[in-house]
Design a binder for this molecule. Structure first.
Ligand SMILES: Cc1cc2nc3c(=O)[nH]c(=O)nc-3n(C[C@H](O)[C@H](O)[C@H](O)COP(=O)(O)OP(=O)(O)OC[C@H]3O[C@@H](n4cnc5c(N)ncnc54)[C@H](O)[C@@H]3O)c2cc1C
Length: 821
């Protein structure tokens, strides 16, 4: 024992120091002290001396900077420069754009939770609240989604006017330019509420407030451009669209073949220097009704009129609708979701240089401008649209599952339906927390490149999952389209959100981890930058500092992973006690796991990692679920840790943790370098995978919450349009829930009496008469049952149509024309 003691002490010191990330000097001091203590306590002196030599051999070369730099860092720098993956300009822009917020902590292996919890809770100003309760509430009541999608194939002229007059298109435009100047959070709340009524409505409002002329002008426009366009965009005199995508350039947007040539041309009667453009764009939202087109194209200057550089790169311009050579106005028809969308063609369209966004200064900067702005718009429009749709589906599915009865029971009482309800509740809770957190990041001044990709991907995926479960729960009621159907159009529209603003498969497999690993990692980007420095002294010095920071970091993550795996996250730092304490500890563990596996992958696969999309997709899933779980914890704390939300939070949190372990184990089982995979498995899962899907008990509680009015249910539904009115069947069914629940005991009593009396063959009215006559129910209870029947019928009834009502109006017109001819 006295022989082993010094070695054991040294091992414990290494583990302790690595776990807490103490410096090398501290390691040397603690290690030395531990060995002295061993000697004093009678350990074998030979063994103590041997351990001390080993300690000195580890520490001294590393502590003496010239030795370390010359014999360790310099060869590693040479090797690193060789394996450093070559970055395309597009990738460089993507990596440099945006800021790093709390997601950086999640990549650290040791998140500082206090940073998260000290972020202010997002709040609305009185003016923003009034806008939500006033114009937003009003326009929600004005829109009949069935008529919008089936009859008009557009919002009505009254709705368009209302949106413009009330400056819905100017939410992001500051007041000084006549806009509403709303916070990102208020903006997201508006979109969320509109989305709970109609995807056409939320897309129509979302696009002018997202990546497009308004946002680009705000950030890069010249003074003249801002003064002229922003007030006109704010009040809807100008309707904008933005054209990037074309037939051959979809996900690979930088490959656009559209081009402009710098030349002289006619503009408003004068001969001026400008750009002659040829382009073909498709899928452009609002294009058919746009008055001003933001356009991305590649600019060439063959006659060196601006500079000697011939290919100037991607550039952005504003093209007025009526300019000669542009063809615009026909429509695409995106899955019955009839927001205006269509192609744009340009043949030798000439515009002066003053129409380039930002003027000559921003020539060739287009891709950077788009990527920077995307991180803001992508944080808001689709996450809030998806969370609005998910919240609405959650409350109506709960209400419907209680009201709809089969086999003598509310269908929500069957465990199969309960499972689907619980998934809906969990997804709605998670997606609203996620959407809120990215909007709040924008309000803190961040440009959340990685979180916006996470929010875009996961909110849209969760909304699609919710739409699927809600459709299943509603059965035929969800399938039959018509004014009474509040789900069908959302179900149809789900793939649209999946596709736009970076199609989801690519976002998951390339962007989340690809950007996240380099942007959020505390050392990787710094190392890459250091390795590319021109000055050799600075290069070695800075690379040295980052490299050893990185090695310590990797070592620490290995130790932390193993310790927290062995102890099943029962210990460790957490900012709270009680129900959430263990949640933070689990996330500490997965954060260390992510950092460890990511580091190993980057080290062993280098540039090849870019093509290992299954691996990077899975690691992206780990980062995403860590981010989602953190957003939920933050939401829970912000809302005062309501006890009635605990089951829902626990359900959604368990889902995240289960998905994290599934993704980690998938990454390791398929890791291409097997010996590394075995070692990583030991460190990450020393006792195997332990996380389970949420239990049936939790699922039962989450589902039950959706089926009865409560604070928790109100909080989940907060911000969606539930006013019961003619245009809002979802609001009506939700409002019916309270009365239905109140009538349930009477209904049960009546049903029992009926069964005993064996008079089921009578009509309902006759049964009630009999019930009152026989004293089974009072006349007040009779009224209650009549009302219950009415509400139930309103909830379960579906629409039917005359054949002619289902034929598109234009087809009918064509038929009339044929007959007349
Ligand atoms: C309704 C609608 C509205 C739109 N509005 C606008 C608009 O206003 N302005 C505008 O400019 N554009 C707009 N778009 C275009 C939209 O951004 C593109 O559709 C999107 O970028 C995807 O391009 P694509 O449809 O050509 O698909 P493709 O690029 O052909 O992709 C097909 C599939 O391949 C996957 N994929 C592609 N590359 C990779 C990769 N490297 N790794 C993994 N998977 C990959 C994608 O994820 C996708 O699943 C809109 C599209 C739609 C449908």
């Amino acid at each position: 024992m006295s022989i082993l003691a010094p070695w054991l002490a040294l091992l414990l010191v290494i583990a302790f120091v690595s776990y807490h990330r103490f410096s090398l000097a501290v390691f040397a001091a603690i290690g030395g002290s531990a060995l002295v203590a061993c000697a004093l306590l009678g350990a074998s002196s030979a063994s103590v001396i041997a351990a001390a030599v080993v300690l000195a051999l580890i520490v001294l070369p590393l502590l003496i900077t010239p030795i370390r730099q010359r014999f360790i860092t310099a060869p590693l720098l040479g090797f690193y420069s060789k394996i450093l993956p070559p970055l395309s300009d597009t990738e460089k822009v993507a990596l440099e754009a945006g800021t790093v917020g709390f997601e950086g902590e999640l990549f650290s292996g040791k998140p500082d939770w206090k940073t998260l919890l000290s972020q202010p809770k997002p709040e609305l100003t009185a003016e923003e609240k009034a806008f939500l309760d006033g114009p937003v509430e009003t326009v929600c009541g004005m829109v009949n989604d069935w008529e919008t999608t089936h009859v008009h194939a557009d919002l009505t002229p009254e709705v368009w006017d209302y949106l413009k007059v009330n400056k819905f298109f100017g939410m992001i435009i500051p007041k000084e330019y006549g806009g509403l100047g709303f916070s990102a959070y208020a903006h997201s709340r508006v979109i969320m509420k509109l989305a709970s009524v109609s995807a056409t409505l939320s897309s129509t409002v979302g696009v002018p407030n997202s990546l497009g002329p308004g946002e680009l002008l705000l950030h890069y426009g010249t003074k003249e451009q801002k003064d002229y366009y922003l007030p006109r965009l704010a009040d809807g005199r100008e309707v904008p669209c933005f054209g990037l995508t074309g037939p051959t350039a979809g996900s690979d947007a930088t490959s656009i073949p559209d081009f402009g040539i710098v030349c002289k041309g006619e503009w408003e009667g004068a001969n001026v220097l400008g750009v002659r453009l040829n382009f073909e764009k498709r899928y452009i939202t609002l294009a058919p009704v746009a008055s001003i087109v933001g356009l991305a194209f590649r600019l060439y200057d063959p006659d060196a009129l601006l500079s000697d550089q011939k290919d100037r790169g991607i550039t952005l311009a504003l093209i007025p609708r009526n300019v000669k050579g542009m063809s615009i106005g026909r429509r695409h028809f995106p899955l019955n979701c009839v927001f205006q969308n269509g192609p744009i063609y340009g043949k030798d369209v000439f515009v002066p240089l003053s129409q380039l966004i930002g003027g000559e200064d921003y020539v060739g900067q287009g891709w950077r401008m788009l990527v920077e702005c995307l991180s803001i718009g992508r944080s808001i429009t689709l996450p809030s649209t998806s969370s609005g749709a998910a919240k609405l589906a959650a409350v109506v599915s709960g209400a419907y599952a209680r009201i709809r009865k089969q086999f003598g029971l509310s269908i929500g009482r069957f465990e199969g339906v309960e499972e689907a309800l619980a998934r809906i509740a969990g997804n709605a809770y998670a997606s609203s927390a996620l959407s809120q957190s990215t909007a709040a990041a924008v309000d803190r001044g961040e440009k959340p490149a990685v979180p916006s990709a996470i929010a875009k991907y996961h909110c849209t995926e969760m909304a699609r999952e919710v739409a699927k479960d809600a459709m299943d729960i509603h059965g035929g009621k969800g399938v039959i389209l018509g004014p009474r159907n509040y789900l069908g159009r959302g179900w149809q529209a789900a793939p649209i959100s999946i596709t736009v603003e970076g199609a989801n498969i690519m976002t998951r497999s390339l962007m989340i981890f690809g950007q996240g690993a380099i942007r959020c990692h505390p050392w990787v980007l710094k190392e890459m930058q250091a390795a590319q420095l021109a000055d050799p002294v600075q290069r070695l010095k800075q690379f040295d500092a980052n490299l050893f920071g990185h090695i310590g970091f990797a070592f620490s993550n290995a130790v932390r992973s193993l310790f927290m795996g062995l102890t099943n996250s029962r210990f460790g730092a957490a900012p709270t006690s009680g129900v959430t304490q263990r949640c933070y500890r689990k996330l500490n563990r997965y954060s260390a796991n992510l950092a460890l596996v990511a580091d190993t992958s980057m080290l062993l696969l280098g540039g090849k990692l870019k093509f290992k999309e299954s691996l990077s997709g899975r690691l992206g899933d780990v980062l995403s679920q860590l981010y989602i779980a953190s957003a939920m914890l933050k939401r829970f704390e912000d809302e005062g840790r309501p006890a009635s939300d605990e089951a829902l939070m626990a359900y959604a949190f368990n889902e995240c943790v289960f998905k994290i372990e599934r993704a980690l184990s998938g990454a390791l089982r398929n890791f291409p370098i097997r010996p590394a995979a075995y070692l990583l498995w030991l460190l990450v899962f020393p006792f195997g995978r332990r996380a389970q899907e949420p239990s049936d008990r939790l699922a039962h509680r989450a589902a039950a919450m959706l089926m009865s009015p409560s604070d928790a249910r109100d909080r989940l539904a907060d911000g969606v349009f539930l006013t019961p009115c003619a245009n809002n069947p979802a609001g009506r069914i939700n409002a019916a829930l309270v009365k239905v629940i109140l009538a349930e005991p009477v209904e049960r009593k009546f049903q029992k009496a009926l069964k005993n009396a064996d008079i089921e063959a009578l009509s309902f009215a006759e049964q009630l008469d009999e019930g009152v006559r026989e004293g089974w129910i009072s006349s007040d209870e009779r009224k209650q049952l009549e009302e219950l029947r009415e509400l139930t019928w309103d909830a379960i009834t579906v629409d039917d149509f005359d054949h002619s009502e289902l034929i598109a109006a234009s087809a009918l017109k064509g038929k009339a024309f044929d007959q007349a001819a």
